[in-house]
Design a protein around this ligand. Structure first.
Ligand code: IMP
Length: 409
């Protein structure tokens, strides 16, 4: 299976990092194609827990090369900090390659994010991601390739410091030169590298960041991130037409969201609290408590429609153990009408009242289960219900944070 994409089916935080890491066991290349250090992909293995923001999850394996494609906005300081943390865990340095066409996140992007009010209004991760993509579209950005021309970089930084302020252009120019010295041999034609790997029949995993409902166009606009988070991001963010053999959608057994924006199944009561506590639902990038609620099949069917998943990975199923009943949202009621399709506007979505199917819960903890036979009858009934309602097979179920806490169905 040479080309596999892993995409979030919800509002991010679906535990994609863990699924990518699992799929990359036999991969030669793992590619990040969208987003930036706003992502927080968690992988727990023998070295401990790695919280990855820019490094592709598969690149934790010495046999797997990590590629940061041009769709990703790169913060050199964040990247070096992340690599430092991995080193401190005793890991070998990942083999990374970065597209020379990647746009840079610079200090003024964070300043702009606060000043323009998007950080507070949308509840962003405050990593400067939105302003970096904005400058890219406005054709004002700096790309990694520009670091070959320090004079040009200096001029641009001086101009930005005059206009936006908040940083010392000379200090930033010096740091970027230092970054270039260390990294220039690992920056170049990423689409060539990925294309050659695919031509050789190597196994390449494309690692999506955020989730379908945070997609710039198809998410809950304007409460979205600024990149293409669906499977279409593979083309958008690498520049290649990739014939994907598998498109794995990752969903939790329930729903979470961080930041602002409508969330029909959000539970402000005991169930929300249960999910947050048992699921340890705090942001990997910002530490913010996540908003929690039941699984939303209107949203999941919509994600399947857009991404045409070949299979699903359902994560954090263990968190539901001990609940008397488990609910699944099957449709919405909007203004007295029953709605099966995910609305295009946040105004409609904010009015959507979930209509639930209630299933009986199960008491048994699942952390030790390693085969479908070890799952309680009611848990299997829940999985079958979801599979049938979405129309796609659940291939993996994750029942704990570790790499091996996975059941193949
Ligand atoms: P930004 O991507 O930092 O601009 O944030 C825009 C929205 O996307 C906010 O609601 C963030 O909380 C959300 N977001 C961005 N990245 C992630 C992620 O990796 N997981 C979950 N939410 C995210």
């Amino acid at each position: 299976m040479p080309a596999t994409a892993v995409v979030g089916a919800q509002w991010g935080d679906e535990a994609k990092g863990k699924i990518v890491h699992l799929l990359a066991r036999e991969a030669q290349v793992c590619v990040r194609f969208n987003g930036g250090p706003n992502a927080g992909h968690t992988v727990s293995d023998a070295f401990g827990t790695a919280r990855l923001h820019l490094v592709p999850s598969g690149a934790l394996y010495p046999h797997c090369r990590g590629v940061i494609a041009h769709g990703v906005v790169v913060d050199p300081w964040a990247l070096e900090g992340e690599l430092g943390e991995l080193k401190a865990q005793g890991r070998s340095q990942p083999r990374l390659f970065l597209s020379e066409r990647c746009h840079l996140i610079l200090p003024h992007h964070r300043v702009l994010e606060e000043e323009e009010g998007t950080a507070a209004r949308l509840g962003t991760t405050r990593r400067g991601v939105g302003p970096a993509y904005t400058e890219r579209t406005a054709r004002q950005g700096l790309r990694l390739a520009d670091l070959r021309h320090p004079g040009h970089v200096r001029e641009r930084l001086e101009e930005l410091a005059r206009r936006v302020g908040g940083f010392d252009p000379h200090a930033v120019a010096r740091e970027l030169s230092r970054f270039w010295e260390g990294w220039s041999s690992s920056i170049g034609d990423a689409q060539g590298l990925i294309g050659d790997a695919l031509d050789r029949g190597e196994h390449v995993v494309f690692e999506g960041a955020q989730g379908t409902l945070l997609d710039l166009d198809f998410g809950t606009y304007p409460y979205v991130t600024s990149s293409t988070t669906t499977v279409h991001g593979v083309g958008w963010g690498t520049g290649l037409r990739v014939e994907l053999d598998r498109v794995v959608g990752v969903t939790k057994a329930y729903t979470t969201r961080v930041g602002e924006g409508p969330f029909p199944t959000e539970d402000h009561g005991a169930v929300g609290e249960w999910l947050r506590r048992k699921g340890n639902e705090y942001g990997a990038t910002t530490g913010r408590p996540r908003r929690c609620g039941w699984l939303d099949l209107v949203a999941l069917r919509y994600a399947h429609r857009l991404n045409r998943f070949s299979e699903l990975a359902l994560t954090k199923l263990d968190v539901l153990s001990g609940l008397e009943e488990v609910k699944i949202c099957t449709s919405y009621r909007v203004g007295g009408r029953r709605v099966e399709e995910f609305p295009a506007t946040v105004e409609e979505l904010a009015q959507a009242e979930p209509i639930y199917q209630t299933l009986r819960g199960w008491k048994e903890e699942l952390a030790r289960a390693r085969s479908p036979e070890e799952l309680p009858e009611r848990t299997r009934a829940f999985l079958t219900w979801v599979e049938n309602a979405v129309g796609v097979k659940i291939q993996w179920v994750s029942v704990g944070p570790g790499t091996d806490d996975v059941i193949v169905l």
